[in-house]
Design a protein around this ligand. Structure first.
Ligand code: AMP
Length: 286
């Protein structure tokens, strides 16, 4: 199968129409490129559950704050196209900046409850940029189903909420985080991790995993679980924790002292110039 490259919206419409007339199910995976196995897992899951798969690659300037890494965000288009073709993707959509943000652009999507919490607290405007671009991509691509990684847990939940609140006619699916063999959650930015920073980076997932194990063994105290993560990370002085919290899975509301329903441990940390995020769900056993 050959990968179709689509830049103009008219070509996108033609691609969409060819499926629509056949009544086929279209799955969509929005990305910023610099693809890795985490992205490909979404593509493969999409492949299994739909007739056709389209991936977008767009490094969205409005989700980067001033001083963040928009300019040095990795761009590896040739390699990305090769990986997508191999993974059985049908089309890659590479919108121009003018398609997404024409000069007189004025309309933005906000989540008024959660956009300034967790990652939003240290990245003002980030989720406004994410939600706006994702809704635009949804409207351009008009997929039946869209796949997002649980790696970006808050992003996934905010997109689910946007789709529900605004009656966007598609289904959102969250896919499990793909990790390196040492536990580090895969990320396009990991290529900037220096070898000497690796042990510190790996302590994050090790700490969260240790808390998940304690939870599975019956520990429901949120402070005990948070301290379990914090202790492991404290062994790595290079890591500065930005937030470390346990929230309810769907609403992302804080949990009480004792965890009652499905919850998730979420954290963000700085390691040199890099900002790393990770999370793991705490699912009550049936
Ligand atoms: P990005 O290119 O970083 O915007 O990511 C595009 C999509 O891939 C988002 O839905 C991410 O949550 C997802 N993703 C990124 N890294 C991973 C990972 N390690 N495992 C699963 N999904 C991921």
């Amino acid at each position: 199968m050959t990968l179709q490259t689509i830049v103009e919206t008219a070509a996108l419409d033609a691609f969409r129409l060819s499926l629509f007339s056949g009544g086929k199910k279209l799955a969509f995976v929005p990305t910023m490129g610099a693809l890795h196995e985490g992205h490909l897992a979404l593509v493969k899951q999409a492949r299994q559950n739909a007739d056709s798969v389209i991936v977008s690659i767009f490094v969205n300037p409005t989700q980067f704050g001033p001083g963040e890494d928009f300019n040095r965000y990795p761009r590896t288009l040739t390699e990305d196209a090769r990986m997508l073709a191999e993974a059985g993707c049908d089309a890659v959509f590479l919108p121009n900046i003018a398609t997404i943000y024409p000069e007189d652009f004025q309309t933005w999507i906000h989540n008024e409850s959660l956009e300034n919490q967790l990652c939003g607290a240290s990245r003002p405007g980030h989720f406004r940029g994410v939600l706006t671009v994702v809704l635009k991509l949804f409207n351009l691509v008009r997929p039946d189903v869209a796949y997002f990684g649980k790696k970006d847990y808050q992003q996934w939940r905010l997109i689910e909420k946007m789709v529900a609140d605004l009656n966007v006619p598609l289904k959102v699916i969250g896919s499990e985080t793909v990790r390196e063999p040492d536990g580090l959650a895969m990320s396009s930015r990991n290529r900037y991790l220096k070898p000497e920073q690796r042990p510190a980076a790996v302590a994050i997932s090790r700490g969260v995993k240790a808390a998940v194990e304690k939870y599975k063994a019956g520990e429901l105290g949120s402070q005990v679980l948070i301290s379990t993560v914090a202790k492991e990370i404290a062994l790595q002085p290079a890591i500065a924790v930005e937030y470390l919290t346990i929230r309810e899975q769907i609403s992302l509301a804080p949990v009480g002292d004792s965890i009652k329903g499905p919850a998730v441990i979420l954290l963000a940390a700085r390691l040199g110039d890099l900002r790393l995020i990770d999370n793991m769900e705490l699912n009550p056993s049936a």
